[in-house]
Design a protein around this ligand. Structure first.
Ligand SMILES: Cc1cc2nc3c(=O)[nH]c(=O)nc-3n(C[C@H](O)[C@H](O)[C@H](O)COP(=O)(O)OP(=O)(O)OC[C@H]3O[C@@H](n4cnc5c(N)ncnc54)[C@H](O)[C@@H]3O)c2cc1C
Length: 336
């Protein structure tokens, strides 16, 4: 049986923010509804069952793509399809464009929004299936003795779920900022990298927004010919699937050397994960394609897989190597 709720339209984002702050746990914004309608129907660990849903896409000026110079500003209610189809995003934030095109199916991309994709809860089947776990009312992770073939190989325990948002991973590498509106009408800026709490410290929280806070915009400084990147994802099925492992990388050609390497993995740790050994091996070295394979071979050095998910280690090494090489080939100028 469906659970009843009220769909309440408001005129501005601040009205939405105030409404949510005035009704703690009762009201929430709805983007495409792919997540929140599930929560309304069958709430599971860490979710609430809101009675009032406020459609954010119907509020003016929430779905825009503004580019100026190398700056890009994205309205939080943009659909994933709008991001995938944008020339400005392709030109200035190539990894984000690739990540958007890799999300789910055309239907999911047409319905899901930018903010909704970032704020989806982890796709762990125990967490979402209502099992008692470290991130609900329990202390252990059922995946450890259960079916953990899709779970973490880095930083696992007590929670072994994996980072799941394709758009979020690209935005980590691009060092994007969230513009957040609070109920008083004030705004604050926070790196996307800080949106996800560490489940070791804060197991019951899935994001760091305060009650009533709304993500209004994502802002990023774009890439150039000398500063480029890529997003790649491996799935079990050819299409319509979450990542077994994904990678987003951005780096800079600084006077013929590797600089500002931003490398993040999805699908392999509870939060977006940087294999530091790879970054350390390459940083400040002369730009040389032949160094990339050796650096990538360190991508799983500190992996600690569970018995059934060690296969992800070789995926990670190959994926990192490909991403580094694809990025290298995109740099417009390379040393002889
Ligand atoms: C079959 C399937 C396949 C999928 N495959 C992938 C995949 O390959 N890769 C991937 O990354 N994802 C994938 N997803 C996840 C999907 O992209 C997300 O479920 C979707 O993007 C959520 O967006 P939404 O707008 O529908 O969220 P909603 O359900 O509308 O909202 C989700 C949450 O975010 C909150 N929220 C929404 N907007 C804001 C805002 N502006 N400020 C503050 N809070 C807000 C809501 O209150 C709610 O709590 C898949 C989902 C399905 C069902």
């Amino acid at each position: 049986m469906s659970y009843p709720f009220l769909l309440e339209k408001v005129r501005t984002l601040q009205d939405a923010s105030r409404r949510i702050a005035d009704s703690p746990g009762k009201a929430a914004v709805i983007g495409g509804g792919l997540e929140i309608l599930d929560e309304v129907d069958s709430p599971t660990a860490g979710s609430t069952r809101p009675d009032i849903l406020i459609p954010i896409g119907q509020i003016p000026d929430t779905s825009y793509i503004h580019s100026r110079g190398d700056q890009l500003r994205l309205g939080a209610a943009l659909t994933i399809a709008e991001i995938a189809e944008s020339d400005a995003v392709r030109r200035l934030a190539w990894p984000l464009s690739e990540a958007a095109a890799a999300v789910g199916s055309p239907q999911i991309r047409a319905q899901g929004t930018l903010a909704g994709n970032l704020l989806q809860r982890p796709r762990c089947w125990y967490l979402r299936g209502g099992f008692s776990c470290h991130r609900s009312d329990g202390s252990d992770c059922p995946a450890v003795t259960g079916d953990h073939r899709y779970h973490a190989i880095f930083d696992g325990g007590p929670c072994w779920s994996v980072y799941h948002s394709d758009l979020g991973l690209a935005l980590h590498a691009l060092n994007a900022q969230l513009i957040i509106l609070n109920p008083d009408g004030k705004e604050r800026e926070m790196p996307v990298r800080d949106l996800y709490p560490d489940p070791k410290k804060d197991p019951l929280k899935f994001h760091t927004l305060q009650p009533g806070e709304i993500n209004r915009e994502i802002r990023l400084a774009g890439l150039s010919n000398r500063y480029t990147g890529t997003f790649l994802k491996i799935t079990e099925r050819g299409a319509f699937d979450f990542a077994l492992a994904s990678v987003a990388v951005v780096y800079n050609n600084f006077h013929g050397r590797f600089k500002n390497i931003q490398l993040f993995l999805g699908g392999v740790a509870p939060r977006a994960y940087t294999p530091e050994a790879v970054v350390k091996t390459l940083s400040h070295q002369k730009l040389d394609r032949s160094l990339l394979a050796a650096a990538a071979s360190h991508a799983a050095d500190v992996a600690a897989p569970l018995p059934e998910n060690g296969y992800k280690m070789s995926i990670v090494k190959n994926l990192v190597r490909r991403a580094l090489e694809v990025t290298y080939d995109k740099l417009s100028w390379k040393p002889d």
